[in-house]
Design a protein around this ligand. Structure first.
Ligand SMILES: Nc1nc2c(ncn2[C@@H]2O[C@H](COP(=O)(O)OP(=O)(O)OP(=O)(O)O)[C@@H](O)[C@H]2O)c(=O)[nH]1
Ligand SMILES: [Mg+2]
Length: 229
């Protein structure tokens, strides 16, 4: 007898368990008035650079913190900590994605005080993270200009599981002959109506428009759940 059905069963149970923890986290974040944003992308697409810039620009006006997942090293946490926001690294060992229970554990012994935004940088991978809800309110999928315009078509699941697409490293667009209209069409083909921003963490281009959108999300949620602190 093939072991496939049992494997599928185990996988279904893991995902179900993850969804239960994620739901609990989402309720907690909502009660605490924390807007949680996760970032997914292929390795090296620029999540940490973009997040460091985001934390630095938001910190004067918002209470922000970040969790960051990698298989190994504290490198990204050290980079993000340059923003002076509270940052915590989660190392997953051999796992190619974060799970809700890892976020729950990381939060358990972490005293950040009340937060407006909690950012979660997932492990760099365009496949595995798509199946795991982390209790976030907004999932950003990043795609750098050096990866090629066809990635939304090749990895539709991750684009379908995300809310907003961020094209990164646009300072390099001309050098790699990146065609923004083609990537826009590909994103829309996979996920019609998906919001898209183009940014460079290096030059800061496009960051204002994206941050305006992000803080707008916080205001919208605050109106829905009560007055802003
Ligand atoms: N030119 C340019 N380089 C960038 C930009 N953003 C990131 N990089 C570079 O791209 C490389 C990868 O960036 P990271 O921020 O480490 O990417 P990441 O997605 O966090 O990588 P992993 O966490 O390993 O998946 C680094 O050498 C960055 O300096 C950008 O806007 N412009
Ligand atoms: Mg990183």
């Amino acid at each position: 007898m093939s072991s496939q059905p049992r494997l599928l069963e185990v996988r279904k149970n893991v995902l179900k368990q993850n969804d239960l923890v994620a739901r609990k986290l989402r309720e907690r974040f909502s009660a605490e008035g924390t807007f949680v944003v996760s970032l997914v992308s292929s390795p090296g697409a620029g999540k940490t650079a973009f997040l460091e810039k985001t934390l630095t620009l938001l910190r004067p006006s918002c209470r922000v913190a970040a969790l960051v997942g990698d298989l190994a090293t504290e490198n990204d946490a050290l980079r993000l900590a340059r923003s002076e926001a509270p940052v915590k690294q989660i190392t997953t060992g051999t796992l190619c994605h974060l799970e809700a229970a890892m976020v729950e554990r990381a939060l358990a012994d972490w005293e950040t005080g009340p937060l407006d935004f909690l950012f979660i940088e997932n492990v760099g991978n365009l496949v595995c993270p798509s199946s795991y809800d982390l209790g976030e309110s907004l999932r950003l999928v990043l795609l750098s200009v050096t990866e090629g315009e066809d990635k939304p078509l090749k990895y539709p699941t991750i684009f379908n599981s995300a809310d907003v697409a961020i094209v990164t490293k646009i300072d390099l667009a001309a050098a790699v002959e990146f065609d923004e209209e083609v990537v826009r069409a590909n994103i829309q083909a996979v996920r019609p109506g998906m919001r898209q921003f183009s940014v460079s963490a290096k030059t800061g281009a496009g960051m204002d428009e994206y941050l305006q959108f992000l803080t707008g999300q916080l205001l919208r949620t605050s109106v829905a759940i009560g007055p802003m602190r």
